[in-house]
Write a protein that binds this ligand. Sequence first.
Ligand code: AMP
Length: 281
Amino acid sequence: MTLEITALDALRSQVAAWRGEGATIGVVPTMGALHRGHLTLVETAKKRCDRVIVSIFVNPTQFGPNEDFSRYPRPLSADLEQLRSVGADAAWLPDVATMYPEGFATSIHVAGISEPLDGQFRPGHFDGVATVVAKLFNQVTPDLAFFGEKDYQQLCLIKRLVNDLNMNIKVVGVPTVRESDGLAMSSRNQYLNANERKTAIQISTAMHTARDAIKSGRDITTTLREATAHLLAQGFRAVDYFDLRDANNLSAVTTYSTGGACRLLVAAHLGTTRLIDNIEV
Ligand code: AMP
């Protein structure tokens, strides 16, 4: 059974009851519009924790003024059905007034890691993410928290936040779940029309081509420039970044050595949809 919890005191009592049974608790923060990627996080959490709480909250503070907050899909009953199917113990469903009551005045800024890549193209986004995740952690008080590598910069940022603020939570990263053609699953994929959906796979194609080129010693700057040009030629409206970064702190990488873990990260616009993806190099 998946409990549906909408009030903070009910959440706290349920967590206390489970704690009283000696249960370990895992949290999977989401914005809903659940797909196989989210469900894999829940399944991973179920293997590692006695009780799994999935939060669904479309967080207004992580959307920019011209982003898709109002059109973001909110198929709540289908989401709950999916959570039941994978055995989530509870869905935490706060509303905006519960998360941001009148007078709310606090924001968390994680310097450094929040600044490049999406930080540059989505000003304020990561402050919104850090603040809402810190709130979710204080509400749920989990032992473990599960995040997708799909949002790789977010995963790095949450690890930094937990470490810096001495939160007693283990952050677990879960590999990206993809469609059979390689497109990373995303709630935003449903914005794509049939043509855009066909073009979208070029992100993963371009990343794999670039990864192989970089690993075989090709110049990084040239490779990244060619990958960007490829996406634009395939019909992407703009490429915010196609970048190679240190996999731990996301600092820029200009020379590739087999010893250091690197990550290729991409954000590109297809019509009115902004897609992000990344792979290990
Ligand atoms: P979202 O609802 O898009 O904010 O995502 C909630 C969580 O699910 C985040 O930790 C995401 O990184 C993760 N997630 C989203 N898409 C995928 C995917 N395709 N594979 C694995 N995790 C994902």
